[in-house]
Design a protein around this ligand. Structure first.
Ligand code: FMN
Length: 218
């Protein structure tokens, strides 16, 4: 079904994709934006409920307000490292968003009411609607990578702040703010790895056999 070359291309984009927080102001061609949105829209979703919407934000004034909400949250979260001064300053020095610089921010939302009260499969695990939205975001992230675009997932915000700024109704969840644009810096490793915040864990110890905790090397 797929040639060796096509398989290689898929794994290449999976390993190459990065979370990016620095952007050039260069505008993004409409065709690339459409490709990203259409990739997102072809993600799997529980009961095929397709709970997503995409709010396209290009207004600098709106971006300033979203950046304010993210920065407020960043400062609030710094309190978790209050007793470790070095860790706190490391945290505060991390760049966790690039909302003001990126030419486009997309707020991806999830509507838990879409499809009514009996969405196939969602009755057992209600958060499958959010998981479906995350699948859409991952599709968009991979599509951005092949379009030569950088994407950064911003989740530092209070949902209510984002609802207020974007006039989102109270039952709709703003799942993510995605900052998108061209960049000069597309590193090989996660920024949190190179800035010595966290390393990639080894895969083998995460794999269990037949029951939780039973580990055998593959
Ligand atoms: C659900 C989710 C929320 C995230 N929120 C943020 C965020 O608010 N700010 C940020 O800088 N990165 C955020 N990230 C990006 C992660 O930090 C990043 O994916 C991780 O460090 C691994 O790096 P990589 O994506 O380049 O492989 C988020 C990623 C996910 C999946």
């Amino acid at each position: 079904m797929f040639t060796e070359e096509e398989k290689k291309a898929l794994y290449k984009v999976i390993y190459k994709r990065r979370d990016i927080r620095t952007f050039q102001p260069t505008p993004i061609p409409e065709e690339s934006i459409y490709n990203l949105l259409n990739a997102a829209h072809h993600a799997p979703s529980v009961g095929f409920m397709q709970p997503w919407n995409f709010i396209m934000i290009t207004s600098q004034a709106v971006k300033e307000r979203l950046a304010w909400a993210a920065d407020k949250e960043r400062r609030a979260l710094a309190i978790h490292y209050e007793e470790q001064e070095a860790k706190q300053s490391h945290f505060l020095n991390l760049k966790i968003e690039g909302i003001k610089e990126s030419p486009l921010t997309i707020c991806v939302t999830c509507d838990p009411t879409r499809g009514g009260s009996h969405v196939l499969g969602r009755n057992s695990i209600p958060e499958t609607d959010q998981l479906s939205t995350a699948c859409a975001i991952q599709n968009m992230w991979l599509a951005a990578c092949v379009e030569g675009l950088a994407l950064g997932w911003v989740s530092f915000y209070k949902k209510q702040d984002v609802r207020d700024i974007l006039e989102i109704p109270p039952h709709i969840d703003p799942v993510a703010l995605l900052t998108i644009g061209y960049t000069d810096e597309y590193p090989d490793k996660p920024i949190l790895e190179t800035s010595k915040w966290e390393d990639r864990k080894k895969l083998n110890p995460l794999i269990y056999k037949n029951k939780w905790g039973e580990n055998e090397s593959l």
